[in-house]
Design a protein around this ligand. Sequence first.
Ligand SMILES: Cc1cc2nc3c(=O)[nH]c(=O)nc-3n(C[C@H](O)[C@H](O)[C@H](O)COP(=O)(O)OP(=O)(O)OC[C@H]3O[C@@H](n4cnc5c(N)ncnc54)[C@H](O)[C@@H]3O)c2cc1C
Length: 311
Amino acid sequence: MDPMRSALIALSHNRALQELIVRVALSRRMARRFVAGETLAEALAAVKGLNSRGMVATLDHLGENVTAAAEAIAAADEYLAALDALYLAQANCNVSVKLTQMGLDLDDDLCHDNVRRIVHRAAELGNFVRIDMEGSPHTAATIAHYRRLRREFSNVGIAIQSYLHRSRADVEALIAEGIGHFRLCKGAYDEPAAIAYRERPIVTQALNELVRLCLAPAGRARGAYAAIASHDEEVINYARTFAYQHDIAPTAYEFQMLYGIRRELQAELVRRGYQVRIYVPYGGHWYPYFMRRLAERPANLLFFLRALVGD
Ligand SMILES: Cc1cc2nc3c(=O)[nH]c(=O)nc-3n(C[C@H](O)[C@H](O)[C@H](O)COP(=O)(O)OP(=O)(O)OC[C@H]3O[C@@H](n4cnc5c(N)ncnc54)[C@H](O)[C@@H]3O)c2cc1C
């Protein structure tokens, strides 16, 4: 018998392995709700589909907290390939990058060189790079890298989390420096009360306040841009109302949502003439991203259980 086949038959009786494989297969199926696929080709197909429905996108090659320089360099290379592919496909889509994937935990210059290569290629192709914001141990370094990149490039922006106490001052400072190109979100990590608001209404109010700082005349006079990344209608309606009252065109800012979340709301905003950008994650390292999405909404566990019974 083919040794591979006999090994597999032997393993077919292995209960622990069976459980593991079933669990992985199920969570993969579940993950497909939030993740466009494991390959760039699958991600591109998802982006083109969104484009055809009037939405723009941002591509995230999943991965974070790399532990070796070679991994960080390879991750940056993957982004270069993605930028080229987006260009060739004439897709309306930029890219989102996590600095820990670029080597932030390993070496500052390695990280800068990696993200710089991506921003530089994006500039050559007329595209844009958004730096995601990660957990609080990385906030200051992420903002410092952003400032450094902005000295050389204008096609790069940063994400800011409203749950952090420091974020209002960060937003004000970056706007004052004329580099206030933001994705504004609530924040997806579990941060301590000493540095972050933990009550939902306060986080929402803090996000509205950051939106206001960007859309107010003083902010816009300094070139501030708000990409409002939320599925929360309270936040979306606050921005819409503020913009309407201040005669700000719906194209002067944008809404952003995650792939697979509140799809009917995404479509409704497009119908109403707003710019909607969908965050499209892809790649093999989907597990931390997937777990954060589960953590955001315990009801997602129900989908998981449904997958378990074969729905
Ligand atoms: C485009 C984009 C980029 C982001 N980038 C970052 C980043 O760089 N750094 C960071 O820390 N965080 C990021 N986030 C995540 C963000 O910080 C929040 O954790 C997340 O968006 C949930 O907050 P919410 O504003 O949608 O409001 P919530 O009050 O959490 O949700 C409002 C409603 O949206 C729906 N919803 C929200 N989340 C889910 C979910 N997971 N599954 C199903 N339904 C859901 C539910 O109906 C919920 O009632 C990003 C979010 C978006 C949309």
